[in-house]
Write a protein that binds this ligand. Sequence first.
Ligand SMILES: NC(=O)c1ccc[n+]([C@@H]2O[C@H](COP(=O)([O-])OP(=O)(O)OC[C@H]3O[C@@H](n4cnc5c(N)ncnc54)[C@H](O)[C@@H]3O)[C@@H](O)[C@H]2O)c1
Length: 320
Amino acid sequence: MIEESQFANTNVIVTGGAGFIGSHLVDVLAGHGAIVTVIDNLQSGKWSNLSHEIGISCITADVTDRDQVDRIFKDIDPEYVFHFAANASVPGSVENPDYDFDANAGGSYNVFRACRGLTGLKKVVVASSAAVYGEPAELPIRETTTLRPISPYGFSKLSTEHVMNCHHSVYGVPGVAARIFNAYGPRMARFVMLDFLRKLGSNPDVLSVLGSGQQVREFTYVRDAVSAFLHLAVYGECGQAYNVSGGAPMSILDLASRIIDARGLSATCRIETTGASWIGDAQRWTTDTSKLQSLGFTAEWDINRGLAETIAWFDSEESR
Ligand SMILES: NC(=O)c1ccc[n+]([C@@H]2O[C@H](COP(=O)([O-])OP(=O)(O)OC[C@H]3O[C@@H](n4cnc5c(N)ncnc54)[C@H](O)[C@@H]3O)[C@@H](O)[C@H]2O)c1
């Protein structure tokens, strides 16, 4: 159970806090009375994602800039760090693996390096990804499942975890990693739900689904992802990684049907599949989240409720 008072008046740094998941976390932390500094290079995030004006400082900075990261961390002397800043796209990592590695692995190194010797630091929670598992060797995926990434992104996130582990064991930096499975919700800038909603907006008669549509995913509503990060900050065991998932596996075709239904198009819209998938597109991910649940976390948003909120947000953005 996370008490609001646990973060009141604490100094917190959120890297990538102008992005999708990070901005929701900043909202909650600011609401809990934390003093939040957000570092973001605005590569995919935007300051307008942050609704609170009180208790938040925004710094436009790149986590690949080691000296600047160092200066900011020394200056703020945080008790908690949430590290989201990264290239967050698998196809993006295939197109530009250099940037992906520099931002994700190199940026994480700079963040953990800047945490060495910070005496008041209680926890660094870093955003890893389900992509570290690649096409998993077993289902459901446990944290002990073999890590064998199939994309530059999966590899750079695995490197991030190694950076976290090494800084914990060698320098005593209290780091913990969250392996996020398909987060969704308001403010998302990419991913399959947004793709479907946009396609249906331009052509309500046909929905083209990349791949076979048989890929299985578990979707995590962004507010559950935020709750997981807060649980990890307070209760996560240092040097450990935790699966973060909303549970409830479903195929991409099932998701497509739900969105078509929600749009009232089930009688008229047909689904087409492209057959071919993209590099790094794992076919089947189902998770075991008992390790995270042992910290008191429960996913509270089922797909129907989360999807309704997401569609309402999408429509309000479109009507602007
Ligand atoms: N959304 C998901 O389903 C998902 C799944 C697994 C892991 N993750 C991880 O969670 C984190 C947040 O993902 P998101 O979906 O909110 O993505 P996002 O792109 O919305 O957020 C990333 C933020 O980091 C910033 N950023 C990127 N490179 C930076 C750099 N070099 N220096 C400073 N800021 C930089 C971006 O501007 C953006 O605001 C990422 O690390 C991502 O890899 C997300």
